[in-house]
Design a protein around this ligand. Structure first.
Ligand code: PGA
Length: 249
């Protein structure tokens, strides 16, 4: 069973407004050069400060604009945070939740990530939940256990929310930003487990891969996942668009 296909750019803490405009111009040019519509949903998550710029650059197109993080409360004394309702207010289409850099550097735990996940769903923002094991966990045979633990947040989504679109990104921590992507059989093994575990409760689930994706990786794995979450290679518009095309089936 295949879910909706997504290819999402995660800019992380990169690009200023001018660079985003240039990126958007290049993507739109590539998009209009094609005779037929691309068969994946393309999205981009810039830093918070550039979301509105990206929204206006992509207005009237199929390109989704997302956020890289959010806070689950609606408002209040949470200095430095951006709330789910503020994202909704400016028309954010998707939000990355539980990225490994948030888990590791900013000490986000599964409990906090679960609150963010539920809150995004309540506000109708497509959640992209990141899961993945570290190298040490893989080497100690803990991959399945770690991912099961991270997926508890999904299993606890209330039943009345089962019809939602849900995106999980399997991103092995050791493959992120290292230039060493996981091998197709490693990706397939985890992605199939995630799908089997969740597909009954969430018939509209999409499971993406992330971690050093380039155009070759995209081509190789396009049949074993529903798309990709792309970091470094997404910063270059040409490379990113090629990756998106290589994820088409
Ligand atoms: P990468 O990042 O493509 O640079 O490995 C992926 C991610 O962090 O989502």
């Amino acid at each position: 069973m295949n879910g909706q296909r997504y290819v999402l750019a995660n800019f992380k803490m990169n690009k200023n407004a001018g660079e985003i405009k240039k990126w958007a111009d290049q993507i739109l040019q590539l998009m209009y050069k094609r005779r037929e519509k691309i068969r994946v949903k393309i999205g981009v998550a810039p830093s918070f400060v550039h979301i509105l710029t990206a929204k206006s650059l992509f207005q009237g197109t199929d390109i989704m604009v997302g956020a890289q993080n959010m806070y689950y409360e609606e408002r209040g004394a949470f200095t430095g945070e951006v709330s789910v309702s503020q994202l909704k207010d400016i028309g954010v289409d998707f939000v990355i939740i539980g990225h490994s850099e948030r888990r590791k550097i900013f000490k986000e735990d599964n409990e906090l990530i679960e609150k963010k996940l539920i809150s995004a769903i309540r506000y109708g923002i497509l959640p992209v939940l990141c899961v993945g094991e570290t190298l040490g966990e893989r080497e100690n045979g803990l991959t399945e256990k770690v991912i099961d633990e991270q997926l508890k947040a999904v299993e606890r989504i209330p039943d009345e929310m089962m019809k939602i679109d849900l995106v999980i990104a399997y991103e092995p921590v050791w493959a992120i930003g290292t230039g060493i992507p996981a091998k197709p059989d490693q990706i397939a093994e985890v992605i199939n487990k995630i799908k089997n575990k969740l597909k009954n409760k969430f018939p509209k689930i999409s499971v993406l891969y992330g971690g050093s994706i380039d155009e070759n990786v995209a081509k190789e794995i396009r049949h074993i996942c529903d798309g990709g979450l792309v970091g470094s290679a997404s910063l270059d518009a040409q490379k990113f668009y090629k990756i998106a095309e290589n994820f088409e089936i």
